[in-house]
Design a protein around this ligand. Structure first.
Ligand code: BJW
Length: 248
């Protein structure tokens, strides 16, 4: 099958999975590869429940710094985030946007219906009740939780290694029902997201990877568009929106 061109047809149910690469051109670092977050900070030290139990101050500091950066004026949604929001508004079929990203650039770019499977940087959670709240720019163990009034019970509302990602039942149902699955800017290193392409294929979907690099999972996709998200995602959206009235 051609690696680049999608065959000409109508798409009824599209699932888009995004990863850190879609936010790279907005100035947020990716995780893996040269200059990635895990090069500056060992993942075992900041992104596991064990790390939080061992050294909560380090983990609070890590997420406070990322929250501060996300809120800095220079970090803005880019053309890829905005194009996916346009797709949500204009696509006549079913569209589901699933993101592994904890940033809020999809929402700020105009997307309204999305699943944050690895949580949200701008939220915090009470470890006693499980209640989720909007996070201030900075919080740590000294802050009292509004629900239990205890110090030290608030944690970042993000999914660490060994924890169950969020919305998995809904995401699986969407994958099993989709006819086009698109993965944008993700290295395919982290499960269960890395396995979504196989779930979608088993359901009979056509699959497309958008990434400037070859990834762990590239060979699993029917089509691969190589290039930055800000170029390739608007191209995808004009294909999906522009051609739905006729054939694609
Ligand atoms: C561009 C670009 C541009 C650059 N345009 N693209 C052994 C085998 C299989 C699985 C496991 C295993 N051992 C453990 C596991 C499970 C584990 C796992 O997958 N580990 C792997 C490392 C092997 N997974 C889990 O633990 C998950 N939970 C789970 O499985 O639960 C089930 C369970 C629970 C309990 C008991 C038993 C079972 C949870 C995973 C949580 C991941 N959390 C993080 C941190 C979130 C908070 C935070 O942000 O700090 O999520 S890790 C980090 O990786 C983050 C990301 O969402 C995630 C994925 O990264 P992503 O988005 O792919 O980024 P990169 O940097 O890897 O790639 C960027 C890509 O962009 C690159 O390809 C570039 O080329 C590209 N790019 N510029 C487009 N302009």
């Amino acid at each position: 099958m051609a690696r680049d061109s999608l065959d000409r047809r109508h798409w009824h149910s599209v699932v888009v999975l995004t990863g850190a690469g879609i936010s790279a051109e907005s100035g947020l670092g990716t995780f893996r590869g040269a200059g990635g977050l895990w090069e500056q900070q060992r993942v075992e030290d900041v992104a596991t429940p064990e790390a939080f139990a061992r050294d909560p101050e380090l983990v609070y500091r890590f997420y406070n710094a990322r929250r501060e950066h996300l809120c800095a004026g220079e970090v803005q949604p880019n053309a890829a985030h905005r194009a996916l929001a346009e797709l949500e508004r204009s696509f006549p079929g079913n569209l589901a946007l699933v993101t592994q990203n904890v940033d809020n650039l999809h929402e700020r770019g105009g997307s309204r219906r999305l699943y944050h499977m690895h949580g949200e940087l701008m939220k915090m959670r009470c470890q006693r009740s499980g209640s989720v709240f909007e996070a201030p720019a900075y919080f740590d163990a000294a802050d009292r939780c509004v629900c239990c009034d205890e110090e030290g019970s608030l944690r970042p509302h993000v999914v660490w290694f060994g924890e169950m990602p969020l919305h998995m039942d809904e995401i699986h149902a969407l994958l099993e029902d989709c006819d086009l699955f698109v993965a944008i800017g993700t290295s395919g290193n982290v499960y269960p997201a890395a396995g979504f392409v196989q779930v979608a294929r088993q359901a009979g979907a056509t699959t497309l990877e958008i990434n400037p690099e070859i990834t762990e999972g590239s060979g699993l996709f029917h089509h691969q568009w190589r290039g930055p998200a800000t170029e390739q995602v608007p191209r995808l959206v004009s294909l999906l929106v522009g051609n739905q009235g006729t054939s694609v």
